[in-house]
Write a protein that binds this ligand. Structure first.
Ligand code: 13P
Ligand code: SF4
Length: 308
C-alpha cells in the first residue's frame, strides 16, 4: 500500500468508526500530519476530555493513552503500539507513594502526568510541564510536598517558586542528555537565536542557563507559542527533535536548530502510519484500566485540570 492509500484508509476508517486521532509533538512527522489534534501532554489530556468521538486513537506512549482512558471512560482508547513505554513513567510505583504517605500523612504528592494510572491513583494532584508552576503554587505553604518522578522538572520548579519539595530521582532518558555545555556551545554558535528549553532537561535548574537573557523554559506547546509570537528568526530547540516539524510548518521563514541531532524519543517513534491503520482496522490495542484504579487516578487529574 502506498503512503497516500494508507492515509486514505485511515481517514475512511476514522469516519466509519467515529474515531479521532490524537498525537503528541514527538511522534513521526507523517503521524503528526494525520492527527485531528496535535498537542503536548496537557493539551492532549484536555482534548481527550472534550471529544465526542467513540474511539480515541492515541499516538504517543502508554501513560498518555492511559490518561485519555482515565478521563474518557465511555470511549474506546486505542494505542497503536502496545509496547511504547516511557523511562520516566516506569521509574516510580504506586507502592513507593503509599510508603511515603504512610510516613507523611499530611504531605502532598504531586505527580507529573508522565506516570502510570497506578501511580496517579496514589497521587494528590497531577501536573504537566505546562502547568507545573501553577499546580505547586496552589498547594498551601505549610504542607510538605513530594514531587515525582522527574528530578529535573522538580528542581526547576523548586528554583523558580522557592518552594521546598522532596524530589524523586527519576529522569527522561531523552532530556537528561541535554546539558548546560550543549546549550552554551549552541548559543555561542547562534548568538542571535532564542533558546527554548524543556524543563525536563538536565540543565534546567543551572543558574548559568537561567540567566541567559535569550533562554526560555517551556513545555512543548509553550515553545510552539513562543516561536509564533517572537520577531526572532532563529531558535535553538532543546527538546525532542520532532517538535521542529510543527515549528517549521507554522513558521516557514524561521530557522529551528536542534540542540543535538540525536535528541530522539525512540518510544514515540514506534507509532507509524501502518500501526495507526491497523489500530483502527482491528480496534487494537484497547487501553484497559481497572475501574477502581481509574476512579482514583481521575481525582488528581481533575484537580489539575481545574487549575486555570
Ligand atoms: P510535554 O508534552 O508536557 O511538553 O512533556 C514532554 C514529554 O516528555 C512528554 O513525554
Ligand atoms: Fe518519556 Fe522522555 Fe519519551 Fe517523553 S520524551 S515519552 S518523558 S522517554
Amino acid at each position: 500500500m502506498t503512503k497516500a492509500e494508507l492515509i486514505d484508509r485511515i481517514q475512511q476508517l476514522k469516519r466509519e468508526k467515529n474515531a479521532v486521532i490524537l498525537a503528541h509533538y514527538y511522534t513521526r512527522p507523517e503521524v503528526q500530519d494525520i492527527a485531528d489534534y496535535l498537542g503536548d501532554s496537557l493539551g492532549l489530556s484536555q482534548e481527550a476530555g472534550k471529544t465526542d468521538a467513540q474511539i480515541i486513537v492515541f499516538c504517543g506512549v502508554h501513560f498518555m493513552a492511559e490518561t485519555a482512558a482515565i478521563i474518557s471512560p465511555d470511549k474506546k482508547v486505542l494505542i497503536p503500539v502496545q509496547g511504547a513505554g516511557c523511562s520516566l513513567a516506569e521509574s516510580i510505583t504506586g507502592e513507593a507513594l503509599r510508603a511515603w504517605k504512610k510516613d507523611h500523612p499530611e504531605g502532598v504528592i504531586v505527580s507529573y502526568v508522565n506516570t502510570t494510572a497506578e501511580v496517579k491513583a496514589w497521587t494528590d494532584i497531577c501536573c504537566t510541564s505546562a502547568n507545573a508552576l501553577k499546580v505547586v503554587k496552589s498547594i498551601p505553604s505549610d504542607r510538605q510536598i513530594l514531587f515525582v518522578p522527574d528530578k529535573n522538572l522538580g528542581a526547576w520548579i523548586r528554583k523558580v517558586t522557592g518552594r521546598e519539595m522532596e524530589l524523586w530521582d527519576g529522569d527522561c532518558c531523552v532530556h537528561e542528555r541535554i546539558t548546560s555545555d550543549m546549550i552554551l556551545a549552541k548559543s555561542q554558535e547562534y548568538p542571535g537565536a532564542d533558546i527554548l528549553i524543556h524543563p525536563e532537561c538536565h540543565c534546567s535548574q543551572d543558574e548559568k542557563i537561567l540567566q541567559l537573557p535569550q533562554a526560555y523554559m517551556y513545555s512543548t506547546a509553550g515553545m510552539i507559542k513562543h516561536a509564533l509570537q517572537s520577531a526572532k528568526k532563529q531558535f535553538i530547540i532543546a527538546t525532542e527533535i520532532e517538535t521542529i516539524h510543527k515549528l517549521q510548518q507554522d513558521n516557514p521563514e524561521k530557522e529551528f536548530i536542534p540542540i543535538h541531532p540525536k535528541t530522539i524519543c525512540g518510544q514515540m517513534k514506534k507509532v507509524t502510519l501502518e500501526s495507526v491503520w491497523e489500530a483502527l482496522e482491528k480496534e487494537q490495542h484497547v487501553v484497559e484500566i481497572s475501574e477502581e484504579i481509574r476512579r482514583r487516578a481521575w481525582i488528581p487529574i481533575e484537580r489539575m485540570l481545574q487549575i486555570k
